[in-house]
Design a protein around this ligand. Structure first.
Ligand code: ARG
Length: 264
C-alpha cells in the first residue's frame, strides 16, 4: 500500500517534470525512466505488509533467514488471492498493534488472540485458529493445575494474553515478563521462575526442544486467533475475510494447520 502511493507520487512528480521539461525542451524522457524503476521494484503488485513476531513456532519462526510457519503460509495464500505481494516485518509482539493502528503495516498476524482490550485499538478478521494458554513446569513440579500459580513466580511473553490474564487473575504472583517465549523457558530451566504461561503449540515445541519440562494437562484459557487491521479499514477487512472464507472452505487453512501441528 505504501508503494502504491509512492508510485502515484512518482507519476505526479513525473508529469510535473515532464511539463516543465517540455517548456524548456530539456530531457523529456527522464520521468518515464524513473517510473519504470519503481514498477520493477514492486513487480507491479501492490504490497500487503504484515507485522509479526517471528519467535513463535509453529505460527512464525525463522528457517535460515526466512520467516515460515502457519501464519506466514496463510498470509501468503491470502496475498495470492488478493493479487498482492506479501511482505513480512518482524518486530516485538508488543509493537504489532501500534504498527497496525498507525498504518505502518497493513495487518498484524502473530498467533494473535482476539480480546476486548485489543478491539478498542484495532479490528479483527474472522478467526482462523483456536489457541490455548497452557502452563509449562519442570517435570515433578508441585504446580499441577493453573490455580496453583496464585503465589508463584511465573514467566510470560510480554504483552501477550498470557501476561494479561495472569496479571489479572493472580495479583499476588511474581510475574516475570520476557521479550520471547524462549527466554521465559530459559528462566524456567534455571529455576528463576516456577512456571511459564504461553500458547499451547509453541509450548509443545519448547518442551520438545528442552529436557525435563512438561505441559499441565488442564488448559488455562481457550481463545481465538485472528488478523488485526487498522480500525475502519473495512475494504481490506472484507477482502481478507472473503479470502479466509474461501481458504477455509477449500481446505487450505486446515492443510496448513495439519502441516505444522501433529495430531495428538
Ligand atoms: N496468543 C497470544 C496473544 O495474542 C500470544 C501471541 C504471541 N505471538 C507471537 N508471535 N509472539 O497475546
Amino acid at each position: 500500500m505504501k508503494i502504491y502511493s509512492k508510485i502515484m507520487a512518482a507519476i505526479i512528480i513525473g508529469t510535473m517534470v515532464f511539463a516543465t521539461g517540455c517548456a524548456s525542451s530539456k530531457e523529456p524522457a527522464a520521468p518515464a525512466t524513473e517510473k519504470t524503476a519503481e514498477t520493477e521494484k514492486t513487480g507491479e503488485k501492490e504490497q500487503l505488509v504484515m507485522a509479526t513476531n517471528a519467535a513463535f513456532p509453529p505460527y512464525e519462526y525463522y528457517e535460515e533467514n526466512k520467516i515460515v510457519g502457519i501464519d506466514a503460509e496463510i498470509a501468503e495464500a491470502i496475498a495470492e488471492k488478493l493479487g498482492m505481494e506479501l511482505v513480512i516485518e518482524d518486530m516485538e509482539f508488543g509493537s504489532i498493534i501500534t504498527a497496525v493502528q498507525g498504518g505502518k503495516v497493513d495487518m498484524g498476524m502473530a498467533g494473535m488472540t482476539v480480546s476486548e482490550e485489543r478491539l478498542v485499538n484495532v479490528d479483527f478478521s474472522d478467526t482462523y485458529a483456536t489457541g490455548y494458554q497452557v502452563v509449562i513446569v519442570k517435570e515433578g513440579s508441585a504446580i499441577t493445575a493453573p490455580d496453583d500459580l496464585a503465589d508463584k513466580s511465573i514467566g510470560v511473553q510480554e504483552s501477550t494474553t498470557g501476561d494479561i490474564y495472569i496479571s489479572n487473575d493472580y495479583k499476588d504472583a511474581d510475574i516475570q515478563r520476557y521479550n520471547k517465549g524462549t527466554e521465559a523457558i530459559q528462566a524456567l530451566l534455571q529455576d528463576k521462575v516456577d512456571a511459564v504461561v504461553i500458547d499451547r503449540e509453541p509450548a509443545k515445541v519448547f518442551v520438545e526442544q528442552n529436557e525435563g519440562l512438561e505441559i499441565l494437562p488442564t488448559e488455562y484459557v481457550v481463545e481465538e486467533y485472528a488478523i488485526a487491521l487498522a480500525k475502519g479499514n473495512t475494504e481490506l477487512l472484507d477482502k481478507i475475510n472473503k479470502a479466509l472464507e474461501e481458504l477455509k472452505a477449500d481446505g487450505t487453512v486446515q492443510g496448513i494447520l495439519d502441516k505444522y501441528i501433529s495430531a495428538e
